[in-house]
Design a protein around this ligand. Sequence first.
Ligand code: NOJ
Length: 576
Amino acid sequence: MSTFQPTPTKPWWASAVIYQIYPRSFADANGDGMGDLSGISGKLEYLAALGINAIWLSPFYLSPQADAGYDVADYRRVDPLFGDLQDFDEMLSKAHSLGLRVIVDLVPNHTSDEHAWFQEALASPSGSPARDRYMFRDGRGIDGVEPPNNWRSIFGGGAWTRVTENGVPGQWYLHLFDTKQPDLNWENPEVHAEMESVLRFWLDRGVDGFRVDVAHGMVKAAGLPDWEGQTAMVSGDETNTLASQSPAHQQKPAMDPPSPFFDQDGVHEIYRAWNRVLKEYDGDRMLVAEAWVEQPERLALYVRPDEMQQAFNFDFLLAGWDAQRMAAAVDNSLLANAAVGAPATWVLSNHDTVRHTSRFGLLDPTAFPKGISAEDEQPDEALGLARARAATLLMFALPGSAYVYQGEELGLPEHTTLEAAFRQDPSFFRTNGVERGRDGCRVPLPWKASEPGYGFSSGTPKEGGHAAPWLPQPPSFAHYAADTEAGVAGSTVELYRSALEVRAAHALGVGTHAWAPQHDPGAGVVAFSNGPITVLVNAGSVPLDLPPAAEVVLASTLDSVSQGKLAPNSAVWIAS
Ligand code: NOJ
């Protein structure tokens, strides 16, 4: 009798490498200067060849685009900017045929003010069922001229806007983000029912999961109490803006009182219900939380067995290029996730952050600026890229699931000199430009170095050629174009391809992390093994001795290893 015991297989998401597509900026198939679903379909072979396992699409739903689609007017329709439902179905079926899973974005904290529900609320009296789907309140002070509380919008300015009723000022509504993004009332059962129906709509079409926007934000503290803390997606991150980089500002601020609108215990009930919805479907469907919750133990609550499957690891993203912070983020995440039996996740960049290639090239490579413009410190592009590639080798060697933001496989830098006239992010306008905003990481991808718009647009050119990409690309993008890097030894895209190949061959995603003898974060060295691979990261300033006769499997650049030493700002995978 055989003693062979098959290892119980883990669901796909436990170890998947998930590539974030920002549809506006990925690929434009109809030549209008805006990316679209058909553009994505046309590049799926490229993604499959890269070695990723799944794609996550930022919103492509009907929207006035006040926050680039995170203001949804109809959760069941595709915005004509991006195509239609048939284009979506074709993209989904092609992705599946190539073995790629597809995750879509769900934005449940708020709708667009152009959503039918909000329009109905505006046309209905205070106290009506239509108003109760949102957070309408009477104002304070004489005639209600003061907002109901002192909350600030995450994008700057107040979090309340007053509406007009029969020609006179009336109630106020809450918007944690832009005025055009009214918060839904998650105390209202109709809101729960509607969002579950939206989940089913996309699950029925065959999507493999949802990235849940502001997953820590839907429930607000009873009575909506005033709050004196700092309003930001993650508390304390204002201290990391470029404008405040004096050493005094780099210490962690005093702890704010807990926020009344983030990470309320009540959110977990919502995810338990959604977990049950997903269970009705086959194929290990999943939910990933965008929850800027600082304490790993609090974040882990979102991925308990009856809630979501994953949560983004912003602790890792915020660590920057710093051995001690990276090592601590790894330790804390592995520990907190293990406590609830969930796989860890890893991420370095997304559409809300300055690209890590550029952050890592700043004088303080742990800074977390809210955008960069020509007046700010300009990153050292080559240094940032070298460090970014090393951080990638660190990330891909870790067990769990890794997220890649479109263009990072090309080593794309942030557009750091984008002129104000082109900026579109509401946070830029709501802070009068103090926050430069997120446009610099959302610039359309360069596919072909020698074509206009670096080949972002294809399809039949209109008379006079393709429209210009919706955000201008910096000239440096020519060096990073996909066709320039393809097949070139030492290019960033080939590093990603090789690393993903080795990761898959050795099943590192379901492997086991163990700190290696060389691990010495105080000296700038992060070192661990996972199965047959040991990764050494040199974030210090002196070359690091490799073990004698080390067999180098992969190095972050062609000249990272020389005479048995690993150069600073480099990483290497060696055979354990
Ligand atoms: C988080 C999204 O990632 C961001 O782009 C958006 O502006 C806010 N949530 C509001 O939906």
